[in-house]
Design a protein. Structure first.
Length: 153
């Protein structure tokens, strides 16, 4: 099984988290590909893979600039994504409580609306907590992958 991590970021933090996961979780899946969302659209979900959305939140609860085209395409060129299994890492700052982690949460909402199947809960990292998102994100991902790769019962 291939894990495809799609990264939406403004300051590279989400990219650092994705790269840490790529290194730390290589023993759990056959292949891990990290891809920035720049220029991507809904067709990125045509591949047979397990997907992980790793997105920061920008401005007033928006997806990052590099993720805008992909996010918008989920609405402007919708198609049924029932074959897609995914997880979400949402990065945010609880100082902005009204929009905390909305970048990742917005992707989750759109993907579910198109029939995609989220595995587990959205994992939210709070920049104000003083913890390293790369460390906590890789620990969460190891648990998430165990859930995602478990045989269906």
């Amino acid at each position: 099984m291939k894990l495809k991590i799609l990264v939406g970021t403004m300051t590279s933090t989400a990219d650092y988290v994705a790269q840490a996961i790529q290194m730390d979780c290589a023993d759990l899946v056959e292949e891990i590909e990290v891809q920035l969302m720049d220029g991507l659209d809904i067709s990125v979900f045509d591949e047979d893979a397990l997907y992980l959305i790793c997105s920061s939140t920008y401005g007033s609860g928006d997806v990052p600039d590099n993720a805008r085209h992909l996010y918008d395409s989920l609405d402007t060129a919708p198609k049924y994504l029932g074959h897609v299994r995914y997880g979400v890492i949402a990065l945010g700052d609880s100082t902005y409580q009204q929009t905390f982690c909305f970048g990742g949460k917005k992707f989750d909402e759109r993907l579910q609306g198109l029939g995609a199947q989220r595995i587990g809960e959205v994992w939210c990292h709070n920049a104000s907590a003083g913890t390293l998102p790369e460390e906590l994100g890789t620990a969460w991902c190891r648990e998430w992958l165990a859930l995602a790769l478990a045989p269906a019962t």
